[in-house]
Design a binder for this molecule. Structure first.
Ligand code: XIL
Length: 491
């Protein structure tokens, strides 16, 4: 199925707290009791309980190490290529793209149901000499645009979020952008140009600004980045997220870290911890960092910059969650428990309104999808492999008493049962808030939900428990089986 280049975007977020779901309101439905707060045993599963991800940087060269991939695939559900998508690797000569190493990582992620953060398009380091030596604005502009377009087009639909611009602000007290080829030839507006080019190249990817030493709210650098993001949001420049690298010394995060995350989130962007490592990996320091994210509803997830200490770019600091033999360190336990206990950003209500979700079938790992990305009323709901298409993203519209309409992001139409029969199709239709369009969303634990229709009393179910692309997502009596459970992932 081709991925449509939709232009529709809904990025005005509101975090209305939704009403608690009273299980008793659906007496017709046979509920299987599940302890929604049962602790999860891996970082990825624990983060998923609140719709967040837990990621790591991955080096393509280590994918042959089975201890490494064993931990990777057990614990992490988001991957950032450590070096493979940087300019010197991916476009070593002008318009001469080298996607092999990046593709290796993306292929691994796809086959293990992991999502990808793209890293990074515009950065002053790991920049080839042919770029550094550009001497005029016209060439700089054209090279920047073709780099962004070339790389993002290759990975279109496969990247959850891109670090469009990395580390553009200077350290110290100036709060200004650093000097480098694009800033010097195009002016500080190069960042805006880069984000606009990125939106066109892959409209479904979240576009992030990423930097280090912006975790302390009082730092001039933080304030400089904040002013830029505020200005972008005010003027409609497309920016969706800010990445806080979070490379910390042994003291851990600054005391104001949560304030910083909250203040950026208030600008309407998602915040993410993108390259976390902490010298000596103190348990309190890691727990505090994790809690800061968990306390901010728009903190979408966190990524450590490597798996084992031996994989780290600052290996001598032993800054990661696994030791050189692949054993969990004490910091691992402190992070896991912070993920498990601080979990639900919306206690008592399973979903947030104003947030885009992907609904991942617990059995198939495939996504709820409006067939063919059709925008027509009557198009049917199927499952399909993840492709970041906007026809795989839904938000919830509150109908009261724990019921919601489920609205497809690409069409603005809502899911409706076509009859009360088990096995009947679900289609998208114009929103009338009819009972046939209202779904009781029930938290079944570990980030999984069931959706039961108010009119039919039947639960969303992948037909015949199929795991194939194209299988219809239909309805049947809720029995707690895996084809009736969907992981709600923030899109
Ligand atoms: C680092 C990698 O981990 C190293 O392997 C490489 O030699 C240098 O870059 N900020 C970033 C990351 O955005 O891309 C950097 O990664 C670490 C600092």
């Amino acid at each position: 199925m081709p991925i449509p280049a939709h232009s529709l975007r809904q990025r005005s977020w509101s975090f209305t707290r939704t009403a608690a779901v009273a299980l008793s309101t659906a007496s017709a439905v046979a509920f299987v009791p599940v302890a929604a707060d049962a602790a999860a045993g891996t970082l990825g599963a624990a983060a998923a309980q609140s719709g967040r991800y837990f990621g790591t940087a991955v080096a393509a060269g280590r994918l042959g190490d089975s201890q490494y991939t064993g931990i990777l695939d057990r614990e992490f559900n988001m991957i950032t290529p450590e070096n493979e998508m940087k300019w010197d690797t991916i476009e070593p000569s002008r318009n001469g793209f080298n996607f092999g190493p990046g593709d290796q990582i993306v292929n691994h992620a796809r086959s293990h149901n992991q999502r990808m953060r793209g890293h990074t398009l515009m950065w002053y380091q790991q920049l080839p000499n042919w770029v550094k030596s550009i001497g005029d604005a016209n060439t700089a502009r054209s090279v920047m645009n073709s780099h962004i377009n070339g790389v993002m087009s290759h990975y279109r639909g496969q990247i959850y979020a891109w670090d469009v611009v990395n580390e553009a602000f200077e350290d110290g007290g100036s709060g200004q952008q650093r000097s480098w080829v694009f800033r010097n030839l195009l002016g500080t507006g190069f960042i805006e140009e880069a984000f606009r080019a990125a939106r066109t190249a892959d409209p479904a990817a979240k576009l992030c600004y990423n930097d280090y030493n912006i975790e302390d709210w009082n730092a001039a650098k933080t304030q400089g980045v904040y002013r830029m993001v505020q200005d972008f949001r005010n003027r409609g420049v497309p920016i969706d997220c800010v990445g806080f690298q979070s490379h910390f010394g042994n003291g851990g995060p600054p005391g104001s870290f949560q304030t910083t995350l909250t203040n950026f989130a208030a600008l309407g962007v998602e915040v993410q911890l993108t390259e976390l490592d902490i010298a000596q990996a103190g348990t309190t320091q890691y727990a505090n960092t994790t809690k800061a994210c968990m306390a901010v509803p728009k903190c979408g997830g966190m990524t450590t910059w490597g798996i084992r200490d031996s994989d780290s770019w600052r290996s001598g600091d032993n800054p990661l969650l696994f030791d050189r033999s692949g054993n969990k360190k004490a910091a691992y336990d402190s992070v896991l428990s912070a993920l498990n206990s601080g979990g639900d950003p919306n206690p008592g209500g399973p979903v947030q309104t104003g947030v885009n979700y992907r609904m991942v079938g617990s059995q198939s790992g495939k996504l709820a999808d409006i067939y063919g990305a059709s925008t027509a009323a009557g198009a049917v709901l199927i499952q399909w492999s993840s492709n970041s298409g906007l026809n795989q993203q839904f938000d919830f519209v509150d109908s009261g008493s724990g019921y919601y309409r489920v609205r497809a992001r690409h069409s603005n139409l809502v899911l409706q049962v076509t009859s009360n029969n088990s096995g009947a199709d679900i289609t998208q239709q114009a929103d009338s808030n009819a009972a046939s369009q209202q779904w009781l969303v029930t938290d079944r634990g570990n980030g999984a939900y069931s959706l039961t229709n108010k009119q039919s009393g039947l639960a969303l179910s992948v037909l015949n428990s199929s795991t194939a692309d194209g299988a219809h997502i239909s309805q049947s009596t809720y029995a707690g089986s895996a084809n009736q459970l969907f992981q709600l992932q923030r899109a």
